[in-house]
Design a protein around this ligand. Structure first.
Ligand code: PMM
Length: 287
């Protein structure tokens, strides 16, 4: 087998994987859109994270606030209460942890508790203290494409050319984050599937991941159980299957994303995606 490999980039201070990495999701929330309420208790959440690693997750993303459309924000004390002990528990078991938060205080405390990556769906826009905190910690940072909170529908989801606009807006955001002191080799970009985007937008972005890769940063793809998959599976007339019945479709996206050079995929159900990224790697190796 040849060792030819797609160049997917490498994030400073994180382990190096020779294939697309698998980021397993632990949502410590009562209301996340796809797995809300199931891992709300600290012990159960830590156990779930360890199970995801046993199933093949390379890193585990811990979040305490749902970003579901229409979700109300949790207060800071509650988010800290949810996230920090779970990060501490997983990191103490040697798990590579990221923290999914829009709050600088939560990022800071999670980093102190052992998280090694900050995943901010607002790319630092929701909290002006976020970029300085991440820069001071020297931590890697996920910059997701974000046009604001999703209150009251999808009013910001209007594009003439979704791929060009997302690439341009991410480019500008990355420049701002670098200006704020985060080193370029610490930055991951993410198209933000489903955030101010409809199914057509999400599919166009997946079809053009190469254009995101051209930004020169590793790309994270988080399609897991999202609305656009329900839309694809339902067809034109049918009702979309519920979120937990979208895992096979999620694994299909993982294979496509891995094949197109994504650095990592973020998923709720790890097992099938762990297989998908390994198959993609084997296919690369046979080129
Ligand atoms: N989507 C959700 C949560 N966190 N993080 C990144 N980087 N990219 C995403 O698209 C993203 C995210 C949506 O919430 P879920 O955990 O309930 O699926």
């Amino acid at each position: 087998m040849s060792t030819s490999q797609v160049h997917r980039g490498h994030v400073a201070r994180l382990p190096v994987w020779d294939r697309c990495a698998v980021m397993g999701v632990v949502n410590v929330t009562p209301d996340s859109f796809s797995d809300g309420g199931r891992w709300f208790d600290t012990t159960a959440a830590v156990k779930h994270g360890l199970d995801l690693v046993a199933e093949g997750a390379d890193l585990v993303d811990v979040g305490g606030e749902s970003t579901r459309p229409g979700a109300t924000r949790v207060d800071e004390a509650e988010e800290l209460r949810r996230v920090v002990p779970v990060v501490r528990g997983l990191a103490s078991e040697g798990v590579t942890c990221s923290v999914d938060t829009m709050r600088a205080s939560v990022a800071e405390r999670a980093l102190a508790a052992g998280a090694v990556l900050v995943n901010d769906v607002s790319g630092g826009l929701a909290d002006p203290a976020m970029v300085p905190v991440v820069a001071a910690a020297g931590a890697p940072f996920v910059v997701m494409h974000w046009r604001g909170f999703l209150e009251g529908g999808n009013v910001r989801g209007v594009y003439e050319d979704v791929v060009a606009e997302v690439v341009d807006e991410l480019h500008a955001r990355v420049a701002a984050v670098v200006e704020g002191g985060i080193a370029p080799d610490h930055i991951v970009v993410d198209p933000g599937l489903g955030f101010s985007k409809d199914a057509g937008h999400d599919l166009a972005l997946l079809a053009h991941l190469d254009r995101l890769r051209a930004l020169g940063h590793p790309v994270l793809v988080a399609a897991s159980r999202k609305r656009f998959l329900g839309h694809v599976l339902a067809g034109d007339q049918g009702a979309p299957p519920p979120a937990r019945e979208r895992d096979a479709a999620t694994a299909a996206v993982s294979a496509i994303a891995a094949h197109t050079g994504a650095w990592a995929v973020r998923v709720h159900e790890v097992r099938a995606t762990a297989d998908a990224v390994r198959v993609a790697r084997a296919v690369e190796g046979a080129r």
